[in-house]
Design a protein around this ligand. Structure first.
Ligand SMILES: [Mg+2]
Length: 228
């Protein structure tokens, strides 16, 4: 099987209520000394891009933000581990567990493609009993812009799997226009899901062609993946 599938995490595999609001503002306060009016919808921005966005709004320069980025990353991971539910099983979206099992049984190699910092993404998998499913990924700690993440995930997959993977053999599954965009700019295929803040029409208007309401119909998702 030379096809790999890269899953977005938030609002694609799981939906943790108020996640951004519970992790970013405490970190902004501790690291940058800024209180923020944090919108609940980061809309697919990678974690470092969220830091730039909100700290720019708070009046800091790019250099001031960058100077503390490593500390911001460290504290964000700390806050996540401390404040977020230890058991995330309840937040897994419909059909996800069944679909992942079926994909693994059929020999697909799976990865993550997420704006989450790598440590946070793997911690979410552990806390949701999804350990051992995903073998590689592109993460918000690898790049500021999500558009850069597919080639990064591809290189890591090639190392792990010991083979070349062409972009058209990569399928990205995600819920935001930024997921659509990162797949398109890298020549990967895309399947959208409307389990986040974006409708079928929203994703279509950003160029997505295949959009499912969610991942609950395992047979339909499998058929869609096979036909891509
Ligand atoms: Mg998402």
């Amino acid at each position: 099987m030379n096809k790999i599938i890269l899953f977005d995490v938030d609002c694609t595999l799981m939906d943790i209520p108020g996640l951004g609001k519970r992790t970013f503002p405490p970190m902004f306060r501790e690291v940058y000394g800024k209180d923020t009016d944090f919108s609940p919808q980061a809309q697919g921005l990678a974690d470092q891009a969220i830091v730039y966005k909100y700290m720019t709004l708070a009046g800091l320069t790019k250099e001031e933000i960058e100077a503390k980025m490593q500390e911001a990353i460290r504290v964000l991971i700390e806050v996540f581990k401390r404040d977020i539910e230890k058991d995330l099983n309840q937040f897994i979206l419909p059909g996800v567990r069944e679909l992942l099992k079926k994909l693994k049984d059929d020999g697909y190699r799976l990865g993550l493609l997420t704006g989450n910092l790598e440590d946070i993404a793997w911690e979410k998998m552990r806390r949701a009993n999804l350990e051992g499913i995903f073998e590689f990924g592109g993460f918000g700690s690898d790049a500021v812009e999500r558009d850069d993440l597919v080639p990064i995930a591809r290189r890591k997959a090639e190392r792990v799997l010991g083979m070349d993977i062409s972009p058209e053999n990569i399928i990205v599954i995600g819920d935001t226009p930024k997921d659509v965009s990162c797949a398109k700019v890298s020549g990967a295929k895309f399947i959208g899901v409307s389990t986040g803040h974006f409708s079928k029409e929203d994703l279509e208007s950003h160029g997505a062609e295949i959009i499912l309401p969610d991942l609950s119909d395992t047979e339909k998702v499998m058929k869609t993946i096979k036909e891509l």
